[in-house]
Every structure is written in structure tokens, then in C-alpha cells.
Design a protein around this ligand. Structure first.
Ligand code: G6D
Length: 352
């Protein structure tokens, strides 16, 4: 096991470094100190061929100019916050709007677009990186000085564990995730329409035209949102269900886990034989099938097109601070925000 680092670019007179975590089982994970961005995940397919399974760019300027959160951490609060505002203890906080009237993914200067203090580490079973960022009181309109640490840990079971922790000196809100776009075909040979998703979820959040949850939880059984027994992502791309159409012919929805505690999401692709098992302690997973990726640019040499990647954003429910029925994302000074999501890759399609 080893850690390699190389200069990837510069941002505000600071060096942007790419660290590559390499295990002894054929997997490596490359990431930046900018936005904790995962730039590559290299894993074997059924024939042992090692290829990249995430969307990422080969140069830093493309991340600055083009990236729809490829591989990045998202925070302080993932998802959209309606009207870019919320109330805590009678005080209304106004966040920076960066999508019409909404605040999306932490605003104009979210956690995805800052340099994180980064410390590599290695122990007998893993290699990893510790990221630290101090978000000052008032950044993007959020209350409280928030100190966040994120750990990426790669072991020899081809499992990447992301652990998030945050502490505040004033009541605030926090909801962190990672926004990697997965594509198990390897080096973006195919889109994700033939990927199969399976998870134990019987409800999803209805979205309004502004893609903010209306607050209504919809029964997903016998709809294109029913993944209990495995479903091709294609079924949501070709669906006439109003919510699939609203999302831009695909999915862009929070899927609520049926049981509390730890849940697993399985993503697989028959042709490559690869499977990704995502295990999380979060309340939901936002399934986004890259419905708006098309554009005049390339992604590691592949022309950008819709459905080239799929995001599995494990997190609290979007706009929870403005939806009293949703689990709270409030963090108090005497609490620690703690979240763990694991990504384990297999070179064969396993059933869960
Ligand atoms: C689009 O609606 C989607 C979001 O869910 C996604 O996170 C973003 O693109 C990158 O706005």
C-alpha cells in the first residue's frame, strides 16, 4: 500500500495536489486537496482489467470551469434550500442564492470549491487522507464557526470509507455528502442506462418544478422508483412518470431508506461484471443520473453526454431545515456531526 502525490494545479496562490491512494488488491483512489475531489477510482473488471469508474477531469482548470461537482464533497448543506433562507431560534438566515432563488450545494463558495488542509496517513490495514476546513461564521450566510474533518480510508478489501465530522460554536445546519458520478463500464466506455440499482426503499421525495422537495413522500412500489428487486436505470430515463420527466428524463430524487440505521445500495453493470456496494448511516440517498451532463466539453477524452454517470449522494433530506417533518440537520455546539459512507467495489456482479 502506498500514497503518491503530484502537483495538479494552483488555486489562489495555493498548490493543488493530487494524492493517489494505492492498495495491494488492484484498486487506487486519486483525490485533490481542492474540494476533497475524487478524480479517479481505478478497479478491476471481471477479467481483471483495471479501469476508471468515476467521472473526472485530467486538468484543474476544467474543474474550475466545467465541473458539476464531479467527485467533490458537498457542504455546508447538500441539496437545495428553498428561498436560500431558513430560521433558527427566531432568527432568519439568508444564504447566498446560486440557482435562481435557491441555495444549492453550499452556495457560490461551497465546500467543493475551497482548499482543504490535507494530511496523508497509513496504518497496517489502510492508506488514507485527513481533510480539514474551517468555515468562518457567516460564510455563505451560515451561522457559526464550523470545523469539519473528512477522512478517506482505502483498505485491501477494495473499500473506500468516507467519515465526516463537524463541530460548531453556534447552532447551525450541516448535511455533507460526496458527489462522485459513478460509471462501472470502465473509462466511460458506455453510459449508465444498463446499470442495475438495488436498495430497500419504499418512498421517495416528490420534487417541485424548482427541484426542491414539496414535502410529500411518494410510495415508490410499482413505479420506476421501486428498486427493491433491482432495476435498470434506463427505466427512469425512458419513463413518462411525471417525476422522471421533471428530473430531465431520469432520476434526481432523494430515495428514503425503509429501515433506520445502516443501509446498503448496490449498483452493478453486467457487461463489465463490476459491482459497487454503498453502505451508509444516512437517512436517504439522492439518486442523480447525470440528466444535464450534455455540453461542448469532454470528460477524460469522452464527449460529455447525458447519463454518462450516476450519483449516489448519501445524506440528510434536502431542504430539511424548512420541512418540519424531515429529520433535523441542526447541529448544536455541544454535539458532533458524524456520518459514514463506505464504497466497496467487486469485480463480479453480486446480488445483495
Ligand atoms: C443538477 O438537479 C441536479 C442536482 O441534483 C445535481 O447535484 C447538480 O445538477 C450537479 O442541478
Amino acid at each position: 500500500m502506498k500514497i503518491i502525490d503530484n502537483l495538479f494545479g494552483h488555486y489562489n496562490d495555493e498548490s493543488v495536489l493530487e494524492y493517489t491512494l494505492v492498495n495491494d488488491a488492484g484498486m487506487s483512489v486519486s483525490c485533490l486537496n481542492y474540494g476533497c475531489i475524487i478524480t479517479k477510482i481505478m478497479v478491476p473488471d471481471r477479467s481483471g482489467k483495471i479501469e476508471n469508474v468515476v467521472l473526472g477531469f485530467e486538468n484543474f482548470n476544467d474543474y474550475l470551469d466545467l465541473s458539476p461537482y464531479f467527485g467533490s464533497v458537498v457542504g455546508r448543506v447538500a441539496g437545495r434550500i428553498s428561498n436560500s433562507q431558513f430560521e433558527l431560534d427566531g432568527h432568519v438566515y439568508q444564504l447566498t442564492p446560486n440557482e435562481d432563488r435557491s441555495h444549492l450545494h453550499g452556495g457560490k463558495k461551497g465546500f467543493n470549491s475551497v482548499i482543504w488542509k490535507t494530511e496523508p496517513f497509513q496504518d497496517e490495514n489502510a492508506v488514507g487522507l485527513k481533510f480539514f476546513y474551517h468555515s468562518p461564521n457567516g460564510e455563505e450566510g451560515y451561522p457559526g464557526n464550523l470545523d469539519t474533518s473528512i477522512i478517506y480510508r482505502l483498505n485491501n478489501q477494495n473499500e473506500l470509507t468516507i467519515t465526516y465530522e463537524a463541530r460548531t460554536d453556534q447552532k447551525t445546519i450541516v448535511n455533507l455528502t460526496n458527489h462522485s458520478y459513478f460509471n462501472l463500464s470502465g473509462n466511460l466506455k458506455r453510459d449508465v442506462s444498463q446499470h442495475i440499482l438495488q436498495l430497500d426503499s419504499e418512498r421517495f421525495l416528490e420534487l417541485g418544478l424548482d427541484k426542491i422537495p414539496t414535502g410529500k413522500m411518494i410510495d415508490s412500489r410499482n413505479t420506476p422508483f421501486d428498486f427493491k428487486h433491482g432495476r435498470l436505470l434506463k427505466s427512469g430515463m425512458n419513463s413518462s412518470h411525471p417525476q422522471n420527466v421533471l428530473a430531465g428524463n431520469g432520476y434526481d430524487h432523494p430515495l428514503l431508506f425503509t429501515k433506520k440505521g445502516e443501509n446498503t445500495v448496490a449498483l452493478s453493470e453486467k457487461e463489465s461484471g463490476r459491482t459497487l456496494l454503498v453502505t451508509t448511516d444516512q437517512h436517504c440517498v439522492v439518486l442523480y443520473t447525470g440528466n444535464h451532463l450534455e455540453g461542448p466539453y469532454s470528460i477524460s477524452g469522452v464527449r460529455a453526454r447525458n447519463h454518462l454517470g450516476v450519483c449516489l449522494e448519501t445524506q440528510g433530506l434536502p431542504d430539511a431545515i424548512n420541512k418540519p417533518d424531515f429529520p433535523s440537520i441542526v447541529l448544536n455546539p455541544d454535539e458532533v456531526y458524524h456520518a459514514v459512507t463506505k464504497y466497496r467495489f467487486f469485480s463480479n456482479t453480486i446480488g445483495v
